[in-house]
Design a protein around this ligand. Sequence first.
Ligand SMILES: [Zn+2]
Length: 274
Amino acid sequence: MTQPGEPFEIDASLAAGISRAADLVLRAGSVVALTGAGLSVESGIPPFRGPGGLWTKYGEPPLDGYQRFLSDPRAAWQERLSPRQSWATALHETLGRARPNAGHAALARLERLGCCDALITQNVDDLHRQAGTQRLLEIHGNHRLLRCIGCTRRFAAGELAVDPEDLPPRCPGCGGIVKDDTVHFGEPIPPDVLRGCFEAVENADCMLVVGTSATVFPAAEFPYEVLRRGGSVIEVNPHESELTPLSTLSLRGPGGAVLERLVAEVAAGRERAA
Ligand SMILES: [Zn+2]
């Protein structure tokens, strides 16, 4: 098993799979990508569970996190702003150090080529934004943003003044309570993002699933929906997953190396067609 950062050799059989995948992408009417934690492992972000996992190290966030926030937003904000090393602070620092990898860059390039209509991610790490993807649907939010729970408006760092004497901060648009954008346990997926996902998936006839087994709602629905309407699902994952038996094509390798090659082939195909 190749460790993150180690060079990965694409053998002949994987290369053949990548060429078939490039063909599926080029022939598709609408491609949507779906990414998960596996892609960010190559950027040095540990998974949540397992040895070395963020939750293993810092403790799991409360299962009723959203209810706790709603019942006392002021206390939740005080905790967030306290210098005490909390779970959220540690996570924020780990994510803050990470940089996009070749896989994030390849997906941004795929969009620029006109071959990725939307990118749905389960990651909160901001790396797709940093790599330049524009049509991004972050179903679990973004750790750098704040969000109004009333109207879903997002605020970048510094865009909204947070006064420790007057918590929680309020949305200047609708007066709603502002929380961090990261979706807590028990919190519904922000409705604007969920709507965007279903619209993108309804129009897609090819889905590229990278670094996730897509077993958690709502992501679990998306590959099935594409397959049900006769589309194709391309899995990119170093490991076999629950999605493997259903996939049209499984590319067994790390997201960085595989996507870089795949997108280069798509670019070459676009040039030939032009
Ligand atoms: Zn608002």
